[in-house]
Write a protein that binds this ligand. Structure first.
Ligand SMILES: NC(=O)c1ccc[n+]([C@@H]2O[C@H](COP(=O)([O-])OP(=O)(O)OC[C@H]3O[C@@H](n4cnc5c(N)ncnc54)[C@H](O)[C@@H]3O)[C@@H](O)[C@H]2O)c1
Length: 357
């Protein structure tokens, strides 16, 4: 029996709804395979914890998480707690504290789901976006002085280190190399940002020499949005800075049909710490508690988690089950369906059990 300990942090809004659905699907996989076991431990950290204790997680939170094989995360954010507190109190300290510097965001149009782009269907948009996840524009470097006065100043200084750029660019080239098209697009803004982004471009050029079998190109981030919408087939693997990829991957999720299907993995490629797997979407206040949250992103990120743990067979089984279910038209309202979270989850579980493979 192969056993894995998984820390579940459902947190806020629809997070608990989609993580509960994902755990049901992983438990169905356990039953189907018979030789793998997931030991979940759930943590009640998040905005409700903050309202009781004044912090989003306990001071020794990272120490508690460190022994786990992986973290399965829902979403953070509550209407009555400022977003910078929720994000900087829970998700970012885990990503940065565990040096999960490669954020991997696959996008494709699943069967049965319509892209808002005209004449684009399954197979036409198949990307993986790699987001630098430890520094850049979200390094947290800055401050405010003369608060509230007319002369108030706020700074938010991006930090790009050679080590930080090199490791994420190398990760992206390696990922591109492992995909059939072996093509990487490096997003940049070196026309306007003449220091850090010029260094980013130079390092991309240097790292590319280690991957002679990978073709690559460079596109300004503003032009990336045009390329993604008007020429999606020209892209395969994409790498971008923390802020750039944050924005591009929301666009990618929307172009693939809904944020409700887009997954993300916060990876420590050196495996010194547990990596963290989560849907891209947030708490979705507008649908919390209605039972209609799309659970597909949480299933797909579970697929990423299994891949990372070396459980490729289980990962492929869940992905096939999800594609069978979306292809059969069992869909939540965000992707044009009439089903709820439970219907989609039950259908995916049935597909896992009934698969002959
Ligand atoms: N990783 C995270 O935890 C994360 C990411 C983004 C936003 N947030 C937080 O979430 C809160 C709400 O942010 P927002 O409204 O900008 O983004 P959001 O992702 O929560 O919602 C955007 C829109 O997408 C829809 N949507 C999102 N996930 C869905 C799903 N699974 N099924 C169906 N529809 C879905 C929502 O209903 C909403 O209309 C804020 O507090 C924000 O800071 C957290």
């Amino acid at each position: 029996m192969r056993e894995y300990s998984i820390a579940a942090i459902p947190a806020d809004g629809i997070g608990p709804e989609v993580i509960a659905a994902g755990i049901r699907v992983l438990e169905a996989l356990e039953t189907r395979l018979g030789d793998v076991k997931f030991n979940f431990k759930s943590f009640d950290w998040g905005s409700n914890y903050y309202k009781k204790h004044g912090v989003m997680m306990p001071a020794d939170g990272l120490k508690q998480l460190k022994p786990f094989d992986a973290i399965y995360f829902g979403a953070v954010g509550a209407p009555d707690v400022p977003d910078h507190i929720t994000l900087w109190g829970l998700r970012l300290p885990i990503c940065q504290g565990f040096d999960q510097y490669a954020n991997v965001r696959p996008t494709k149009i699943l069967p049965g789901i319509k892209s808002p782009l005209r004449d684009v269907g399954p197979g036409d948009l198949d990307w993986v976006i790699v987001r630098e996840n430890s520094e850049g524009e979200y390094a947290g470097n800055g401050g405010r002085v003369h608060r509230g006065l007319p002369e108030e100043v706020a700074t938010e200084t991006s930090v790009f280190t050679r080590v930080g750029c090199e490791r994420v660019l190398r990760f992206a080239f390696r990922l591109a190399q492992s995909r059939p098209r072996k093509h990487l697009t490096v997003s940049t803004k070196s026309n306007a940002q003449r220091h850090a982004m010029v260094m980013w471009d130079e390092i991309a050029e240097q790292v590319s020499k280690e991957f002679p079998d990978v073709t690559w190109d460079k596109t300004l981030v503003d032009a990336m949005t045009v390329r993604m919408t008007l020429n999606p087939k020209s892209l395969d693997t994409i790498v971008a800075s923390n802020l750039q990829a944050d924005i591009l991957s929301d666009l990618a999720g929307a172009l693939a049909g809904s944020l409700g299907v887009a997954p993300t993995a916060n990876i420590d490629p050196e495996r010194r710490y547990p990596s963290m797997f989560e849907p891209i979407h947030g708490s979705a206040f507008d649908i919390t508690g209605k039972g209609i949250a799309n659970p597909v992103a949480s299933f797909w990120t579970a697929v990423q988690m299994l891949d990372h743990l070396g459980e490729q067979d289980g990962a492929a089984r869940i992905m096939r089950a999800v594609e069978k279910v979306t292809g059969a038209g069992v869909l939540t309202p965000d992707v044009g369906g009439k089903n709820n979270t439970k219907d989609v989850t039950d259908a995916v579980i049935d597909a896992i059990h009934s698969s002959n493979l």
